[in-house]
Design a protein. Structure first.
Length: 390
């Protein structure tokens, strides 16, 4: 209490000066601790001992929490849990160097051609006019497109070698992630080699001569319907139906001969199927982008790759995810996406998908990949690539 009373008469500059001095001491002690950890790593290396000693860490955390007292014990536990993780990663790097995965990534970079292909056989879900087809033509100059019924079929086509690449929507700026894609990622082996953010405009397409008052039913893909919720709310008497994708909806309207049905689809589909656009850009947000990934069976990493996608499963313990995220922060790596999905047959346990921004030429790229691979129960490198916007 006396200390707190004394602090009332101290200026903020003096308090900050004290904190700065304490920080200098903390940093000096931290560096000395890491130097000692290097000695521990060498001792363990010579004797073939594992880096992680769970019993030792538990004992230390209990001791540290008690030393910090009731008010600061919880904070001290968080601080030292993070410090232990950094120490383990440092020791692992000293003992093992970069992981086999990092070596494999370097070999992939060397083996990949310097230019992304202009043409290739590409799998897409849907039919001509689908947004996936539009994205494919943005990614490749002259793609040979094969259409498949479902997202799962696109993954299968790539895995079986029917197509060299597949293009799939993975998230939308307003409707969020395409969860079906994330669920399929777990059961398929592939690599992301490119991504593209496509500006998406949904339009109300009808047969020529149709007025909006004539429409009783609207068809479109579930994501497009979600993105046009405001427009649909203003027409409560019109029934809304989900179909395979926006291009399928437009084709169905064109072939139906019925003036009472409409499709939420692209301008390309209006031209392709001879339909009239009677309400343009009806999505809720004008800044509406869908992100597509281009996948391949074999790993390919092209020059300029500065985005990486990984999948990780952490231990089902308090602070496990925080521990994982701290590695990105420690190395100054920006995390642009975090998606969680339930693990099949494991109640209330989740896998996490991360998108990180870091160049494949940066040393910290390999450092963080090595660290995460070692601290996760399961870890999958899904690809490093560049992303274009159009």
């Amino acid at each position: 209490m006396e200390v707190k009373e004394e602090q009332k008469d101290i200026s903020i500059e003096e308090l900050r000066g004290k904190i700065d001095e304490i920080d200098r001491q903390l940093v000096d002690l931290f560096c000395k601790r890491m130097e000692v950890a290097a000695g521990v790593a060498e001792y363990k290396r010579q004797r073939g001992l594992p880096v992680l000693d769970s019993n030792r860490e538990r004992q230390l955390l209990t001791k540290i929490s008690a030393l910090a007292g009731e008010e600061f014990g919880g904070y001290a536990k968080v601080l030292y849990t993070n410090m232990f993780s950094l120490s383990r990663s440092y020791q692992q790097g000293l003992i093992n160097g970069q992981s086999p995965l990092c070596q494999s990534i370097k070999e992939t970079i060397e083996a990949t051609p310097k230019l992304f292909p202009e043409t290739a056989k590409v799998a897409c879900q849907g039919i001509e006019g689908a947004y996936s087809q539009i994205a494919t033509q943005k990614i490749f100059d002259l793609p040979e497109i094969s259409y498949y019924r479902s997202f799962a079929d696109v993954f299968d086509a790539v895995e079986k070698g029917e197509c060299r690449y597949g293009v799939l929507p993975i998230e939308n700026s307003t409707a969020g992630s395409v969860t079906k894609i994330f669920d399929l990622i777990l059961t398929h082996k592939f690599h992301i080699v490119k991504s593209y953010r496509l500006k998406v405009d949904h339009n109300l397409l009808v047969l020529p001569g149709t007025a909006i008052e004539d429409i009783t039913d609207i068809y479109s893909h579930e994501q497009a319907i979600n993105q046009c919720a405001g427009f649909l709310k203003n027409h409560p008497d019109i029934k809304v139906h989900v179909c395979a994708n926006t291009a399928v909806a437009a084709k169905m309207v064109a072939e139906s001969g019925k003036k009472e049905i409409a499709a939420l689809s692209s301008r390309d589909c209006a031209l392709l199927y001879g339909l009239k656009n009677i309400a343009a850009s009806v999505q809720d947000m004008g800044n509406n982008y869908t992100r597509f990934i281009c996948i391949s069976k074999d790993p390919e990493i092209y020059p300029g790759a500065d985005k990486t996608t990984i999948m990780a499963v952490t231990a089902n313990t308090p602070g496990a995810l925080f521990n994982l995220l701290s590695h990105f922060f420690a190395h100054g790596i920006n995390l642009t996406k975090l998606e969680s999905r339930p693990i099949p047959d494991r109640d209330f346990e989740f896998m996490f998908y991360f998108d990180i921004d870091v160049s494949i030429y940066s040393p910290k790229y390999y450092t963080v990949i090595s660290e995460l691979e070692k601290i996760c129960e399961d870890f999958r490198f899904l690809g490093s690539y560049s992303e274009n916007v159009g």
